[in-house]
Ligand binder design. Sequence first.
Ligand code: MF3
Ligand code: CO
Length: 247
Amino acid sequence: MNCMTPAEIVLMKKAGEMTRDALNYAATLIKPGISTLELDKCVEKYIIDRGGIPSFLNYDGYPASICASVNDVIVHGIPSADIVLKEGDIVSIDVGVIYKGYNGDAARTFPVGKISPQKERLIQVTKECFFEGIKHLKVGDRLGKMSHAIQAYAEKHGYSVVRELVGHGIGRRMHEPPNVPNYGKETDGPIVTKNACIAIEPMINMGRKEVGMLSDGWGIVTRDGLPAAHYENTVLITENGIEILTL
Ligand code: MF3
Ligand code: CO
């Protein structure tokens, strides 16, 4: 796992705060009638105005500054003028910010107006998966303890965990080792070390775990067409516990 110096940790915290602020700003814009491209353009300007760099833009050719994934789109939804939010939708917004060379990465699923109780519960349980997971994240333990706890919590609620995409180490690059899956055995993965930063990001499907890809080559959708939710934070692992940098 990566190991950050005290000076690097200061910058990771700053990148985390900017990412959190951008996500909170996105939340204020979400309402029926706004397109996901409008959201993208507003959040992009917000980040740049504050001296950050939107890390997703041009990442492996990704064409936008946020991912905006509606209903059965799990993650990596490309913003579009043609995708207009409507009452009852859920939309997962994922944002990454680089500040002075360090990365923050975070995502939330938001309701658009009034949504069904089923969707409310999916959003809630996906968030709880993250918090259940970090209870099992400790220096000296296997990372798999957390991964296993996330899977158990999701499945206990009748949901399934996406396998094809995982969380990741984060620092000077958005994606660093190790992989941080939301499933697996307690004995899997590396030993957790102190002063490491990782992005933990449960992607939870209301129905079955199988996924497909949209024809744009980015959007990941549920195969069964049921909705999915995403909840991600960048965290710092210390000897004294977990610090969530994007909350
Ligand atoms: N936050 C996501 C991740 O953790 C999405 C980045 S994909 C990108 O991998 F292409 F948009 F950058
Ligand atoms: Co991520």
